[in-house]
Design a protein around this ligand. Sequence first.
Ligand code: CP
Length: 313
Amino acid sequence: MGLQRKDLLSLEELSAEEILLILDTALSFKEVVQRPIKKVPALRGKTVVNLFFENSTRTRTSFELAAKRLSADVVNFTASASSLAKGETLLDTVRNIEAMNVHTIIMRHSCSGSVRLVAESIKASVVNAGDGTHEHPTQGLLDMFTIRECKGSLAGLTVTLVGDITHSRVARSNIHGLVKLGAKVRIVGPATLVPRSFTRLGVEVHTNLEEAIQDADVINILRIQLERQDGKYFPSSREYANLYGVNARRLKLAKPDVLIMHPGPMNRGIEISPRVADGPHSVILNQVTNGVAVRMALLYLLSGGGNGDENIN
Ligand code: CP
Protein backbone atom coordinates (compact mmCIF):
# COMPACT_ATOMS: atom_id res chain seq x y z
CA MET A 1 0.00 0.00 0.00
CA GLY A 2 1.32 3.51 -0.85
CA LEU A 3 0.82 6.80 0.95
CA GLN A 4 -2.80 7.82 0.35
CA ARG A 5 -2.19 11.57 0.62
CA LYS A 6 -1.72 14.52 -1.72
CA ASP A 7 0.54 16.48 0.67
CA LEU A 8 2.95 16.12 3.56
CA LEU A 9 2.35 19.04 5.90
CA SER A 10 3.20 17.67 9.35
CA LEU A 11 4.11 14.54 11.29
CA GLU A 12 1.27 15.34 13.69
CA GLU A 13 -1.21 14.22 11.03
CA LEU A 14 0.64 11.01 9.99
CA SER A 15 -0.09 7.66 11.59
CA ALA A 16 2.73 5.46 12.93
CA GLU A 17 2.08 3.13 9.96
CA GLU A 18 2.53 5.96 7.45
CA ILE A 19 5.78 7.06 9.13
CA LEU A 20 7.09 3.48 9.05
CA LEU A 21 6.12 3.16 5.37
CA ILE A 22 8.22 6.24 4.52
CA LEU A 23 11.17 5.03 6.64
CA ASP A 24 11.05 1.52 5.14
CA THR A 25 10.83 2.92 1.60
CA ALA A 26 13.80 5.21 2.35
CA LEU A 27 15.88 2.09 3.14
CA SER A 28 15.43 0.97 -0.49
CA PHE A 29 16.40 4.41 -1.75
CA LYS A 30 19.47 4.47 0.50
CA GLU A 31 20.66 1.43 -1.45
CA VAL A 32 19.96 3.29 -4.72
CA VAL A 33 22.03 6.34 -3.71
CA GLN A 34 24.99 4.12 -2.83
CA ARG A 35 25.15 2.73 -6.39
CA PRO A 36 27.67 4.11 -8.91
CA ILE A 37 24.69 5.39 -10.95
CA LYS A 38 22.36 6.91 -8.37
CA LYS A 39 19.34 7.37 -10.58
CA VAL A 40 16.02 5.58 -11.11
CA PRO A 41 13.18 6.51 -13.51
CA ALA A 42 10.39 6.63 -10.91
CA LEU A 43 9.45 10.32 -11.49
CA ARG A 44 10.35 10.59 -15.18
CA GLY A 45 8.09 13.19 -16.85
CA LYS A 46 7.17 14.86 -13.53
CA THR A 47 8.22 18.35 -12.43
CA VAL A 48 9.19 19.34 -8.87
CA VAL A 49 9.49 23.00 -7.84
CA ASN A 50 11.57 24.10 -4.85
CA LEU A 51 9.73 27.16 -3.53
CA PHE A 52 11.86 28.52 -0.69
CA PHE A 53 11.01 31.85 0.94
CA GLU A 54 13.67 31.31 3.64
CA ASN A 55 17.33 30.37 3.37
CA SER A 56 18.38 26.75 3.29
CA THR A 57 21.49 24.70 2.62
CA ARG A 58 20.56 21.11 3.48
CA THR A 59 16.83 20.87 2.81
CA ARG A 60 16.79 22.62 -0.54
CA THR A 61 19.87 20.84 -1.92
CA SER A 62 18.67 17.51 -0.66
CA PHE A 63 15.17 17.87 -2.20
CA GLU A 64 16.78 18.88 -5.49
CA LEU A 65 19.09 15.86 -5.43
CA ALA A 66 16.24 13.56 -4.38
CA ALA A 67 14.02 14.72 -7.26
CA LYS A 68 16.87 14.50 -9.81
CA ARG A 69 17.80 11.00 -8.64
CA LEU A 70 14.18 10.02 -9.30
CA SER A 71 14.55 11.51 -12.83
CA ALA A 72 12.12 14.40 -12.25
CA ASP A 73 12.66 17.84 -13.79
CA VAL A 74 13.50 20.33 -11.02
CA VAL A 75 12.97 24.08 -10.90
CA ASN A 76 14.41 26.23 -8.10
CA PHE A 77 12.35 29.34 -7.34
CA THR A 78 14.14 32.28 -5.71
CA ALA A 79 11.65 34.49 -3.87
CA SER A 80 13.88 37.59 -3.90
CA ALA A 81 14.14 37.46 -7.71
CA SER A 82 10.42 36.80 -8.30
CA SER A 83 7.35 38.99 -8.90
CA LEU A 84 6.56 38.80 -5.18
CA ALA A 85 8.82 41.86 -5.04
CA LYS A 86 6.24 43.64 -7.27
CA GLY A 87 3.41 42.88 -4.86
CA GLU A 88 2.08 39.55 -6.21
CA THR A 89 0.43 37.51 -3.45
CA LEU A 90 1.66 34.11 -2.26
CA LEU A 91 -1.47 32.36 -3.60
CA ASP A 92 -1.25 34.07 -7.00
CA THR A 93 2.42 33.08 -7.14
CA VAL A 94 1.76 29.39 -6.46
CA ARG A 95 -1.29 29.26 -8.76
CA ASN A 96 0.85 30.64 -11.59
CA ILE A 97 3.56 28.09 -10.90
CA GLU A 98 0.97 25.30 -10.82
CA ALA A 99 -0.42 26.50 -14.16
CA MET A 100 2.89 25.41 -15.72
CA ASN A 101 1.86 21.79 -15.02
CA VAL A 102 4.06 21.06 -12.03
CA HIS A 103 3.36 17.96 -9.96
CA THR A 104 4.99 18.73 -6.62
CA ILE A 105 5.83 21.94 -4.77
CA ILE A 106 8.37 21.83 -1.94
CA MET A 107 7.77 24.92 0.15
CA ARG A 108 9.54 26.69 3.02
CA HIS A 109 8.11 29.88 4.50
CA SER A 110 8.54 31.92 7.69
CA CYS A 111 4.78 31.89 8.47
CA SER A 112 3.38 28.89 10.35
CA GLY A 113 0.39 27.55 8.42
CA SER A 114 1.37 29.12 5.07
CA VAL A 115 2.23 25.73 3.54
CA ARG A 116 -1.19 24.33 4.48
CA LEU A 117 -2.89 27.39 2.96
CA VAL A 118 -1.07 26.72 -0.31
CA ALA A 119 -1.78 22.97 -0.21
CA GLU A 120 -5.49 23.62 0.24
CA SER A 121 -5.51 26.06 -2.70
CA ILE A 122 -3.91 23.95 -5.45
CA LYS A 123 -4.16 20.43 -6.89
CA ALA A 124 -0.40 19.74 -7.01
CA SER A 125 1.24 17.86 -4.12
CA VAL A 126 2.77 20.14 -1.51
CA VAL A 127 5.57 19.19 0.88
CA ASN A 128 6.32 21.29 3.94
CA ALA A 129 10.05 22.06 4.03
CA GLY A 130 9.59 24.12 7.21
CA ASP A 131 6.84 26.63 8.05
CA GLY A 132 7.64 29.17 10.74
CA THR A 133 7.74 27.57 14.17
CA HIS A 134 5.18 24.91 13.20
CA GLU A 135 6.80 21.80 11.65
CA HIS A 136 9.67 20.53 9.49
CA PRO A 137 8.36 17.03 8.81
CA THR A 138 11.11 15.75 6.50
CA GLN A 139 13.73 16.74 9.10
CA GLY A 140 11.78 14.72 11.67
CA LEU A 141 11.66 11.76 9.27
CA LEU A 142 15.37 11.84 8.47
CA ASP A 143 16.19 12.14 12.18
CA MET A 144 14.07 9.06 12.91
CA PHE A 145 15.59 7.20 9.96
CA THR A 146 19.09 7.93 11.30
CA ILE A 147 18.24 6.78 14.83
CA ARG A 148 16.62 3.62 13.49
CA GLU A 149 19.62 2.91 11.27
CA CYS A 150 21.99 3.15 14.27
CA LYS A 151 19.82 1.60 16.98
CA GLY A 152 17.53 -0.78 15.07
CA SER A 153 14.29 0.56 16.53
CA LEU A 154 12.92 3.69 18.16
CA ALA A 155 10.65 1.97 20.66
CA GLY A 156 11.87 2.36 24.23
CA LEU A 157 14.76 4.72 23.42
CA THR A 158 15.27 7.90 25.44
CA VAL A 159 15.69 10.89 23.12
CA THR A 160 16.56 14.29 24.60
CA LEU A 161 15.90 17.43 22.53
CA VAL A 162 18.04 20.32 23.80
CA GLY A 163 17.60 24.04 23.21
CA ASP A 164 15.13 26.50 21.80
CA ILE A 165 12.04 24.28 21.75
CA THR A 166 9.58 27.19 21.60
CA HIS A 167 10.76 28.38 18.19
CA SER A 168 11.80 25.01 16.76
CA ARG A 169 9.76 23.38 13.98
CA VAL A 170 12.31 20.54 14.09
CA ALA A 171 11.41 19.90 17.76
CA ARG A 172 7.69 19.71 17.00
CA SER A 173 8.14 17.26 14.12
CA ASN A 174 10.55 15.11 16.15
CA ILE A 175 8.20 15.04 19.13
CA HIS A 176 5.15 13.96 17.08
CA GLY A 177 7.10 11.29 15.19
CA LEU A 178 9.14 9.90 18.07
CA VAL A 179 6.19 9.64 20.47
CA LYS A 180 4.15 7.80 17.78
CA LEU A 181 6.98 5.29 17.30
CA GLY A 182 7.31 4.59 21.03
CA ALA A 183 10.36 6.63 22.07
CA LYS A 184 10.54 8.39 25.44
CA VAL A 185 11.13 12.08 24.66
CA ARG A 186 12.62 14.68 27.01
CA ILE A 187 12.87 18.37 26.14
CA VAL A 188 15.28 20.70 27.93
CA GLY A 189 16.37 24.33 27.76
CA PRO A 190 15.88 27.62 29.58
CA ALA A 191 12.37 27.92 31.07
CA THR A 192 11.76 30.79 28.64
CA LEU A 193 12.34 28.49 25.65
CA VAL A 194 10.74 25.23 26.85
CA PRO A 195 6.94 25.43 27.14
CA ARG A 196 5.51 23.47 30.10
CA SER A 197 2.40 22.89 27.98
CA PHE A 198 4.39 20.42 25.84
CA THR A 199 3.71 17.74 28.48
CA ARG A 200 0.37 17.26 26.70
CA LEU A 201 2.32 16.04 23.64
CA GLY A 202 3.64 13.17 25.77
CA VAL A 203 7.11 14.50 26.60
CA GLU A 204 9.01 15.17 29.83
CA VAL A 205 9.87 18.86 30.31
CA HIS A 206 13.23 19.72 31.95
CA THR A 207 15.24 22.86 32.62
CA ASN A 208 18.36 21.11 33.95
CA LEU A 209 20.55 19.77 31.12
CA GLU A 210 22.47 17.26 33.27
CA GLU A 211 19.21 15.65 34.44
CA ALA A 212 17.74 15.60 30.95
CA ILE A 213 20.69 13.85 29.29
CA GLN A 214 21.19 11.28 32.07
CA ASP A 215 21.24 7.84 30.38
CA ALA A 216 19.93 9.25 27.09
CA ASP A 217 20.27 7.09 23.96
CA VAL A 218 20.09 10.10 21.67
CA ILE A 219 20.76 13.82 22.20
CA ASN A 220 19.36 16.02 19.43
CA ILE A 221 20.75 19.54 19.86
CA LEU A 222 18.76 22.42 18.37
CA ARG A 223 19.95 25.76 17.14
CA ILE A 224 19.03 28.95 18.98
CA GLN A 225 16.55 30.51 16.51
CA LEU A 226 17.54 34.17 16.92
CA GLU A 227 15.65 35.10 13.74
CA ARG A 228 12.33 33.92 15.25
CA GLN A 229 12.81 35.34 18.77
CA ASP A 230 10.91 38.54 19.45
CA GLY A 231 12.76 39.39 22.66
CA LYS A 232 15.59 38.31 24.93
CA TYR A 233 15.14 34.75 26.24
CA PHE A 234 18.53 34.36 27.97
CA PRO A 235 21.12 36.92 29.09
CA SER A 236 23.96 36.07 26.66
CA SER A 237 25.29 33.37 24.34
CA ARG A 238 28.10 32.74 26.86
CA GLU A 239 25.59 32.11 29.65
CA TYR A 240 23.56 29.84 27.36
CA ALA A 241 26.70 27.84 26.49
CA ASN A 242 27.59 27.50 30.19
CA LEU A 243 24.15 26.15 31.13
CA TYR A 244 22.93 24.37 28.00
CA GLY A 245 25.94 23.78 25.76
CA VAL A 246 26.53 20.06 25.11
CA ASN A 247 30.24 19.39 25.71
CA ALA A 248 32.44 16.33 26.25
CA ARG A 249 32.11 16.50 30.04
CA ARG A 250 28.32 16.48 29.91
CA LEU A 251 28.26 13.75 27.28
CA LYS A 252 29.58 11.28 29.89
CA LEU A 253 26.19 11.44 31.64
CA ALA A 254 24.43 9.85 28.67
CA LYS A 255 24.59 6.17 27.61
CA PRO A 256 28.09 5.11 26.41
CA ASP A 257 26.75 4.62 22.86
CA VAL A 258 24.73 7.86 22.78
CA LEU A 259 24.07 9.42 19.37
CA ILE A 260 24.70 13.14 18.94
CA MET A 261 22.41 14.80 16.41
CA HIS A 262 21.89 18.35 15.15
CA PRO A 263 19.67 19.44 12.24
CA GLY A 264 22.09 22.24 11.27
CA PRO A 265 23.16 24.91 10.88
CA MET A 266 25.23 24.61 14.08
CA ASN A 267 26.37 27.43 16.32
CA ARG A 268 29.67 25.81 17.32
CA GLY A 269 30.74 26.78 20.84
CA ILE A 270 27.20 27.81 21.85
CA GLU A 271 24.75 24.87 21.81
CA ILE A 272 27.42 22.29 20.90
CA SER A 273 31.18 22.13 21.43
CA PRO A 274 33.32 21.41 18.35
CA ARG A 275 34.67 18.28 20.10
CA VAL A 276 31.16 16.87 20.43
CA ALA A 277 30.08 18.00 16.94
CA ASP A 278 33.04 16.25 15.31
CA GLY A 279 33.46 13.43 17.84
CA PRO A 280 32.82 9.69 17.59
CA HIS A 281 29.20 9.91 18.81
CA SER A 282 28.21 12.45 16.18
CA VAL A 283 25.87 11.32 13.36
CA ILE A 284 25.26 14.87 12.16
CA LEU A 285 26.56 14.27 8.65
CA ASN A 286 24.80 10.89 8.49
CA GLN A 287 21.56 12.84 9.02
CA VAL A 288 22.37 14.93 5.95
CA THR A 289 23.23 11.85 3.86
CA ASN A 290 20.00 10.13 4.93
CA GLY A 291 17.97 13.23 4.06
CA VAL A 292 18.31 12.47 0.35
CA ALA A 293 17.02 8.88 0.64
CA VAL A 294 14.16 9.94 2.93
CA ARG A 295 13.09 12.72 0.54
CA MET A 296 13.33 10.35 -2.43
CA ALA A 297 11.01 7.97 -0.57
CA LEU A 298 8.55 10.73 0.20
CA LEU A 299 8.44 12.13 -3.36
CA TYR A 300 8.05 8.61 -4.72
CA LEU A 301 5.20 7.72 -2.34
CA LEU A 302 3.35 11.04 -2.82
CA SER A 303 3.46 10.52 -6.60
CA GLY A 304 1.62 7.20 -6.22
CA GLY A 305 4.62 4.91 -5.82
CA GLY A 306 4.33 1.92 -3.53
CA ASN A 307 0.86 0.95 -4.72
CA GLY A 308 2.06 -2.41 -5.98
CA ASP A 309 2.62 -2.39 -9.74
CA GLU A 310 5.80 -0.34 -10.03
CA ASN A 311 9.44 -1.02 -9.32
CA ILE A 312 11.83 1.65 -8.06
CA ASN A 313 14.66 0.22 -10.15
N1 CP B 1 18.03 21.29 8.78
C1 CP B 1 17.71 22.30 7.93
O1 CP B 1 16.53 22.59 7.70
O2 CP B 1 18.78 22.93 7.36
P1 CP B 1 18.66 24.06 6.24
O3 CP B 1 18.03 25.28 6.89
O4 CP B 1 20.07 24.31 5.78
O5 CP B 1 17.78 23.54 5.15
